[in-house]
Design a protein around this ligand. Structure first.
Ligand code: SF4
Length: 310
């Protein structure tokens, strides 16, 4: 249905394959960034779900230089999967949280490999400014360039509850500046944040109206040594069931425009430190259930998207 695949949504990996002619593999990098929401600059303690790896991922060892990480990542992926092209991906913590001259060196190191065709930088919307946007924008003529903003929800009451340290307005300002600079924007959202179904759909409709380029969906999960894990043991939160998550993902995607790229719907590889819900460890099972639910509904991404206000 989308990109000559049998997927009922616009999967980012298929978009990459169409664009570059081969499967493009992400090399996840750790340049030793921190986060202003963890070091006390914005608030104390960070987001309630954040673990020591910084927002859902343990990246490669930060003892290695970024150049080395790219070289090793490309070699490993080539040997294991025959990979030919790569995107450098800064995932853990806030990857714009350094002075712009340092960022320039770090990002250039990540692009200094003949088979790297793109760069994706994950950060917070309060961790960006005009100079940083200008720097990132300078890559876009030669590389497929993305900024990924953690937003999680458009509802300020939710952002407060998860100790996000910024509000929706902050995201909007960063988003508008980034789009004006011609950089692709992927927005991260989390399901299960004490929100009802209508509230989650309001996030989908708001992102649809903004026309964001990409979306990454996570299921809230309690990892060891997090505030959320404490709340879970105190009985302060119930997680969505797998079935509820699958239904909610399909409902959410139905509201997004068909050309919004879907960067992730399941799986975050944290089985060793995952406390709950345990079902999120079975990534392919969840993805299969999403595919089957779309088939059952005879539906697809964008079916409920309204192109113009009447
Ligand atoms: S913004 Fe990301 S790295 Fe920072 S506290 Fe929240 S989840 Fe952790």
């Amino acid at each position: 249905m989308f990109n000559n695949t049998d997927k009922h949504y616009n999967q980012f990996s298929a978009v990459l394959k169409n664009k570059f002619g081969v499967k493009v593999y992400k090399i996840t990098l750790d340049a030793g960034f921190s986060c202003p929401n963890r070091d006390g600059t914005v608030s104390n303690g960070g987001c309630i779900f954040c673990d020591d790896g910084g927002s859902f991922s343990k990246a490669h060892s930060n003892l290695l230089s970024v150049d080395e990480q790219v070289k090793i990542g490309a070699k490993t992926l080539s040997e294991r999967f025959g990979a030919e092209k790569f995107m450098s991906y800064f995932q853990a913590f806030s990857n714009t949280y350094k002075p712009v001259n340092e960022l320039e060196k770090i990002y250039n190191s990540a692009l200094n490999h003949p088979d790297v065709v793109g760069i994706s930088i994950g950060t917070r919307p309060d961790c960006i400014d005009d100079d940083k946007i200008k720097l990132i924008s300078s890559f876009k003529d030669d590389y497929y360039t993305w900024l990924e903003y953690g937003l999680q929800s458009v509802h300020d009451k939710t952002l407060k509850k998860i100790n996000r340290g910024h509000d929706f307005e902050c995201f909007l300002k960063a988003y508008e500046k980034t789009k004006e600079a011609g950089i692709n924007v992927c927005v991260h959202v989390i399901f299960g944040l004490w929100e009802n179904h209508d509230e989650i759909m309001q996030t989908a409709q708001t992102l649809a109206k903004l026309g964001v380029d990409g979306v990454k969906i996570h299921m809230l999960c309690a990892l060891e040594n997090t505030k959320l894990a404490e709340m879970y043991s105190a009985g302060e939160i119930d997680f969505m069931s797998e079935d509820e998550y699958v239904q909610t993902v399909c409902d959410f995607l139905e509201y997004l425009p068909p050309d919004t790229t879907i960067h992730r719907l399941a799986g975050n590889g944290h089985r060793k430190i995952l406390i709950a819900p345990r079902w999120i460890g079975k990534k392919f099972e969840v993805l299969n259930k999403i595919d089957n639910e779309f088939i059952k509904r005879n539906s697809y991404q964008g079916i409920k998207f309204v192109y113009k206000d009447t």
